[in-house]
Design a protein around this ligand. Structure first.
Ligand code: KG4
Ligand code: ZN
Length: 338
């Protein structure tokens, strides 16, 4: 059975094929031109998805060694994400399913990330603790099965990736901020500056806006308003900020591991590409003797392999969807699983 996955929620267009449970193609086209605007420009993103999606589908099918007529199920991201960008992939997927007379499965992008560990040879074991850290979302969840996900906590303000991007902008490092901060931080001393970690009413929630403000205040007090940070100071600031983000995330993971019985821990989403965060979670998982599953870098950022995988499970579980299914920009408009 050939399951086709389509992803277009933000600035990556991706088409993947899973054949009889095995990933046979996962092509990703990144819209690098947003760099010059300092962030993703929604309208430009939609147009770029439109331009690339047909050639990407053709190439992905060639790589998988199949033709369009061999596709059995079509899956596409329905949300959350940028509405115009989502509509390109979703409408394309629905049209394809209609013209091929095959089932269509809309996929929740965050669920795609949550189950992305299953793309690895070493898979998570239910129930597992999932830490989702992306540009738009930060979530701590217990994943009991394909259909049962319990939300322990979420961010009350900025997402972890958003904090990386905003602080990188303040430091003049450019976009996307995560990889730039990681690079600068690798040369710095994380103990140099103390940045605070928020304590919230729900012990599993996260907050990063106070940390962002603390970095801004530090910059203003040390260098004055609107002054550039000297190159020599950049690594220590980046390392100290990165340490505070990781501390906030690990604090809640440890609390959850003390309270809930799980078999594995999984780190997913774009920020899961961060090496220091991967190492910190490896230490925590080993301390609590839990199996750790972190997807390869290519499956941390946005990709269609995770959409095809999640869609294939929804299909296997007998879920049926009509072609009326619409795109949704926010997480709150659709609950997890089902
Ligand atoms: O999951 P993703 O690709 O897109 C969303 O669904 O949001 O995540 C993108 C986020 C961006 O905020 C980016 O700065 C962050 O992931 N990111 C990183 C790293 N690589 C990407 N953050 C920290 N360290 C990294 N190495
Ligand atoms: Zn994502």
């Amino acid at each position: 059975m050939n399951v086709l996955g389509i992803e277009s929620s933000c600035d990556e267009t991706s088409v993947a094929v899973i054949r009889d449970g095995k990933l046979t193609s996962n092509l990703i086209s990144s819209q690098d031109f947003h760099v010059k605007y300092g962030g993703v420009v929604p309208e430009l993103s939609s147009r770029a998805h439109l331009q690339i999606i047909i050639p990407l589908l053709k190439d992905s099918l060639v790589q998988a060694g199949i033709g369009l007529k061999d596709v059995d199920v079509v899956c596409a991201t329905a949300g959350p994400g940028l509405i115009g960008a989502l509509l390109v992939g979703l409408t394309f997927g629905k049209s394809l399913a209609y013209s091929l007379n095959k089932p269509f499965i809309p996929v929740n992008h965050i669920e795609g990330h949550i189950f992305s560990g299953f793309l690895m040879d070493e898979k998570p074991e239910f129930p597992y603790l999932a830490l989702v850290v992306s540009g738009g979302h930060t979530l701590l969840l217990i994943v009991k099965s394909d259909t049962e996900i319990i939300k322990l906590g979420t961010t009350v303000d900025d997402a972890a990736g958003e904090a990386f991007d905003k602080v990188a902008k303040m430091l003049g490092l450019g976009y996307p901020g995560g990889p730039k901060i990681q690079k600068a931080a690798s040369l710095g001393d994380p103990e140099k500056i103390h940045f605070p970690v928020a304590n919230l009413k729900n012990p599993y929630d996260f907050s990063f806006s106070g940390l962002k403000t603390a970095v801004l205040r530090y910059l203003q007090q040390t260098y004055g308003k609107d002054k550039a940070v000297p190159d020599g100071d950049m690594p220590d600031i980046a390392a100290s900020f990165q340490k505070a983000v990781i501390k906030a995330l690990m604090q809640n993971v440890e609390k959850a591991l003390k309270e809930y019985k799980v078999n594995s821990v999984s780190l997913v989403g774009g920020v899961a590409a961060n090496r220091a965060l991967r190492e910190a979670l490896a230490q925590v998982a080993s301390k609590y003797r839990k199996k750790l599953v972190i997807p390869d870098f290519v499956y941390c950022g946005d990709n269609a392999a995770m959409i095809a995988y999640r869609g294939s499970r929804l299909f296997a579980n007998g879920n049926k969807y009509s072609l009326d299914y619409n795109a949704f920009p926010g997480l709150s408009s659709k609950t997890f699983a089902g």
